[in-house]
Design a protein around this ligand. Structure first.
Ligand code: AMP
Length: 218
């Protein structure tokens, strides 16, 4: 099973990918998580990536493709994977096509107002990356991760100025990739999310049902 979860920032890709990883026993690979980890560790990669991330811009393709290729070689990725936040540009989708074949794209169809509302209220665990929302997906104790007890933070790129840039970058550079996948005859499984407070487990069930209908999973 080699899937890409596709959609604008704030569509829920990270939340659903993490849940699907456990249910389907495949690796959830998020280039955003890899970059955030590198920023936290203050590695050379992290220092380079941070400048772009804070502005809401994309990290250059050469860096991103290198990081992705390395991640794909890890043992857990051999049993199958779901890609979250990669590919995001034509150069990345072409690179991906050279190293592996994707079985299907899970395309999250989400109206813009839901995206903006979600991004501005999202919080992330600074240690394990679990995603929460101050209105719609609250932790048990305010500001504290249910899973590891670490502090929840408001990502710099979830602040209004960066959100605007990220949505523009998505429309210009990433959205066109859906056509590219279609042209390569990759199966596209579209799943709609029309409201901001639909619980993640409901959306994950919808995704699983859609994958089953297309016989992509059992
Ligand atoms: P995400 O968590 O997927 O929204 O990613 C957070 C930020 O990391 C993005 O806004 C980009 O700055 C950077 N990033 C993550 N994945 C990629 C990618 N595939 N290509 C370029 N930049 C990326």
């Amino acid at each position: 099973m080699k899937f890409v979860i596709f959609g604008p920032p704030g569509a829920g890709k990270g939340t659903y990918a993490r849940r699907l990883q456990n249910i389907l026993d495949i690796a959830a690979i998020s280039t955003g998580d890899i970059f955030r980890e590198a920023v936290k560790e203050e590695t050379e990669l992290g220092k380079k990536a941070k400048v772009f991330m804070d502005a809401g811009e994309l990290v250059p393709d050469e860096i991103t493709n290198g990081v992705f290729e390395e991640r794909l070689q890890q043992p857990d990725a051999q049993k199958g994977f779901i890609l979250d936040g990669y590919p995001r540009t034509i150069a990345q989708i072409e690179f991906l096509g050279k190293i592996t074949k994707i079985d299907a794209v899970i395309n999250l169809v989400v109206p813009e107002w839901v995206i903006i509302e979600r991004l501005s209220t999202r919080r992330v665990c600074k240690k394990c990356g679990t995603i929460y929302n101050v209105k719609y997906l609250k932790p048990k104790v305010e500001g504290v991760c249910d899973k590891c007890g670490a502090e929840l933070i408001h990502r710099d790129d979830d602040k209004p100025e960066a959100i605007k840039v990220r949505l523009r970058v998505y429309e210009e550079k990433t959205q066109p990739l859906l056509e590219f996948f279609k042209n390569k005859e990759t199966e596209i499984v579209s799943v709609e999310c029309n409201d901001v407070d639909i619980p993640p487990e409901i959306m994950v069930d919808k995704i699983l049902k859609a994958l089953k209908e297309k016989k992509l999973i059992e």
